[in-house]
Design a protein around this ligand. Structure first.
Ligand SMILES: *[C@@H]1O[C@H](CO)[C@@H](O)[C@H](O)[C@H]1NC(C)=O
Ligand SMILES: *[C@@H]1O[C@H](CO)[C@@H](O)[C@H](O)[C@H]1NC(C)=O
Length: 398
């Protein structure tokens, strides 16, 4: 039950985009962040009707994680390396934590005995606690990889497919930073993510580029940290891998408490996160309902998550456009008729917001401008419009 709910959280976030960067395989037809290195087969789990933007479901997931984590087995830290900090924030430290060894069964074994607790029948799945995680710290930035014992990241070319690896705070409910019209405020994500990666690797930043800005994600003293992973081994030999977490942090609390948020254009619609255009429609989009920001703070690092065919994602505060995140496409290769998103631009500048401010997200698709493979195939791909953004809230001083 607990594993199932945690799985739901993961699967749901797979749908929500690259904050988790899950590269959920059922959507691969038209969805390729990594630029072609991904496997093209495999059965994903259909989560179509599941609505993580529903406050009740979101709360249920964070509660399940809170209590469930107590029962999860611990993955030990095999070694810790001290690295040179990359930011000039006073007091910043940087470490690389090696979690593992994590044993990957062979591909042949998984053919005989498929994985039943994950998202991929070929996957090796962990729902665990990260042992001896540093706490009473504020995380400034994180980056996660599946690696060998020397810290060399492993990928598809090495016969290893990192379906997802996620480090999350199991102790604190996610920040309830927006409310939908007529509804109580809810977390924009079901669990508070500290780091996560799919195939292309992922980086998180919990502070701005300004070293004088005192912000970070605070992990309370002794807080439990969950480590979820699903890794596919394409080789017919077992192997040991490690989840490496590069983490930059300062001791104690920062002035601003920063959380990673993901808000869908469908946030207030009570539907699943996918946008389904009518067949043959080339230009379409969705505008969210007006959400109310629940506390004074600062928004920074706004970046859209769109699928192929996407044209823009706009962030509008009190009727004023504060950010337009645009995709950069790879460009059509050879005689291919489709194009695929390479990355989305980020609006780095901090935007101060006040309690009561109104937030709207507007996502647009244009398949004439950006032909998507899934549409050429005649499939109705599920599109989405999600804003990934950091919200920094001034810490309560009382
Ligand atoms: C680290 O992993 C290696 C290789 O699996 C193992 O031999 C060693 O005992 C581990 N060390 C610790 C401290 O867990
Ligand atoms: C692994 O073994 C299975 C079953 O024996 C076989 O079908 C598959 O081709 C093998 N894969 C590799 C990469 O050798």
């Amino acid at each position: 039950m607990i594993a199932t709910i945690a799985l739901f959280a993961l699967a749901a976030r797979a749908q929500a985009g690259p904050v988790f960067r899950l590269n959920s395989r059922q959507e691969m037809g038209g969805h390729n962040h990594g630029g072609g290195a991904e496997a093209k087969s495999g059965g994903g789990m259909g989560m179509g009707g599941f609505d993580i933007t529903n406050p009740t479901i979101s709360n249920m997931i964070s509660n399940a994680l809170y209590y469930g984590a107590i029962l999860m087995p611990k993955i030990p830290v095999n070694k810790t390396e001290t690295l040179k900090p990359q930011s000039s924030v006073p007091g910043a430290k940087r470490v690389r934590l090696y979690y593992g060894p994590m044993l990957l069964e062979s591909a042949a074994y998984k053919l005989k005995i498929p994985n039943k607790i994950g998202l991929d029948p070929q996957g090796n799945t962990w729902y665990s606690q990260a042992a001896n995680f540093p706490t009473d710290i504020s995380v400034l930035a994180s980056k996660i990889n599946v690696a060998d014992i020397n810290g060399k990241p492993l990928g598809v070319k090495d016969g290893v497919y990192n379906h997802h690896t996620v480090v999350a705070d199991a102790q604190k409910a996610p920040n309830a930073f927006v409310a939908c019209p007529g509804k109580s405020a809810a977390g924009s994500v079901p669990v508070a993510i500290l780091a996560s990666a799919g195939e292309e690797g992922g980086q998180y930043k919990f502070t701005t580029d300004d070293p004088k800005f005192s912000g970070g994600y605070y992990l309370g003293k002794g807080d439990r940290v969950a480590l979820f992973a699903e890794i596919v081994n394409y080789a017919n030999t077992t192997r040991d891998v490690y989840t490496t977490l590069d983490m930059e942090y300062v001791e104690g609390k920062t002035q601003y408490e920063v959380s990673a948020e993901a808000i869908s254009v469908t946030q207030c619609d009570g539907t699943s996160i996918g946008l389904k255009p009518a067949a043959g429609q080339m230009k379409f989009g969705a505008v969210s309902k007006e959400m109310t920001i629940q506390m004074d703070g600062v928004l920074f690092g706004s970046r859209g998550h769109l699928h192929d065919g996407g044209d823009y994602l706009k962030v509008i505060v009190n009727g004023k456009e504060i950010c337009t995140s645009q995709p950069e496409y790879f460009g059509k290769a050879g005689d291919a008729k489709w194009d695929t998103i390479k990355e989305m631009t980020t609006c780095k500048d901090p935007i101060p917001v006040k309690k009561g401010d109104k937030l709207v997200i507007d996502a647009g698709y244009d398949l004439n401008k950006h032909p998507a493979r899934s549409h050429l195939d005649g499939n109705t791909a599920e599109e989405m419009g999600v804003l990934n953004v950091q919200f920094a809230r001034l810490r309560d001083t009382k």
